[in-house]
Design a protein around this ligand. Structure first.
Ligand code: OGA
Ligand code: NI
Length: 354
């Protein structure tokens, strides 16, 4: 996602999924139904693997602990995902956000639609992805930082608004700190990646995944990789749903109390010349319980040239860049036009064919 609305082609209005389920829980329109095999592709789903997703201690990272930095390096290389504990965000803040989000989603549709996403924008309350087959979810998307990018007319009412503000300010601190650690493991000065962003843009997406009476026929969120540099997700502690592709299998990320889920986005993959992986992930639904998730993304300014960093190219066998140079704005524009198919967009837009 990006900071400039002109990047986004108009898209047709879509039904509100939460409302559909409320009016008839036993109806799933054709447009949401997927090929059984697309979902059952998780036949080999190994739930015991979930507990192997690396756990990284944020406070150790920010103290420059060598061992933890090494764990971070391994996690980004082998998994592209990790659970982050000791992030220091107070429970009142996370709970404040969760409580107010729940109240917001429980409002009547007309009230939520006061901040509806305009047809040519991605900010505001509306649908999830627009694709051939639709996702079983609704979401609220806002660009939170830099402050001058805020479109306050699509911000939710109080106290949700303030809760987003407070949480996002904490997440701003965490994002900067994480980028410092990633700079270090890439062999650079602490602030190198922050500087490379020119401007650290921080969008947030609060997604509502209603239950579905036939969860194996729909998908909460289609397989995709994130187009920014890093992502930090807070998920519900008692409702799983997120799955990541690891060694050709879908591995569920079990919610860990008070942990955030961090992932490498496409831009870190490109900067690292493929050493760190932007991993495909998706969200599955369940029969009985709605799930709300809170995704924070960090993305560079749209004029920034994205290309593999010299020292990472030298680390690559053959010392060749595997991705071509593209401005971030062009990257967004080109990938947005493509049909969403996992991370095919990275290969097509940025990868150098050999
Ligand atoms: C996303 C995402 C996961 C989730 O918004 O890009 O992957 O659990 N969300 O909602
Ligand atoms: Ni994602």
């Amino acid at each position: 996602m990006g900071s400039n609305s002109a990047l986004y082609d108009p898209c047709p209005p879509l039904p509100n999924v939460q409302e559909m389920v409320r009016s008839d829980p036993f109806q799933v329109p054709e447009r949401y139904i997927r090929d059984e095999k697309d979902i059952a592709n998780d036949a080999g789903l190994c739930s015991q693997l979930s507990s192997e997703v690396p756990i990284i201690d944020f406070s150790l990272l920010s103290n420059g602990n060598k061992e933890e930095l090494h764990k971070l390096d391994q996690a980004c290389e082998e998994w592209g995902f990790f659970q982050m504990v000791n992030h220091g965000v107070a429970t009142e803040i996370t709970k404040g956000l969760k409580d107010s989000a729940l109240k917001f989603f429980e409002l009547p549709l007309e009230e939520k639609n006061q901040i509806a996403m305009p047809p040519n924008d991605i900010q505001g309350y509306g649908h999830s992805h627009v694709d051939q087959v639709l996702d079983w979810s609704d979401k609220l998307v806002l660009v939170v930082y830099p402050q001058q990018h805020r479109k306050l007319d699509v911000w939710p009412p109080s106290p949700f608004k303030e809760a987003i503000e407070t949480y996002s300010s904490e997440l701003g601190r965490i994002g900067e700190e994480l980028l410092r650690s990633v700079s270090l493991i890439m062999g650079m000065e602490k602030d190198a990646l922050l500087l490379l962003h020119q401007e650290l843009v921080q969008p947030m997406s609060v997604a509502y995944y209603p239950p579905c009476f036939m969860p194996d026929k729909v998908m909460g969120l289609s397989p995709h990789s994130d187009k920014g540099t890093l992502g930090v997700l807070m998920q519900e502690e008692d409702v799983p749903g997120l799955q990541i592709k690891h060694k050709e299998k879908w591995v569920p990320i079990k919610p860990l109390p008070n942990a955030f889920v961090v992932n490498v986005g496409d831009i870190i993959e490109i900067w690292s010349n493929g050493k760190y992986k932007s991993i495909e992930h998706r969200v599955v639904t369940n029969k009985s319980k709605a799930r709300i998730s809170y995704s924070t993304f960090y993305i560079p300014h749209r004029n920034v040239d994205i290309e593999p960093l010299d020292q990472m190219v030298l680390e690559t066998p053959g010392s060749l860049p595997l991705y071509k140079k593209v401005t971030y704005g062009d990257y967004l524009k080109q990938t947005q036009k493509m049909k969403k198919e996992g991370k095919a967009h990275v290969t097509e837009v940025a990868k150098i064919a050999n």
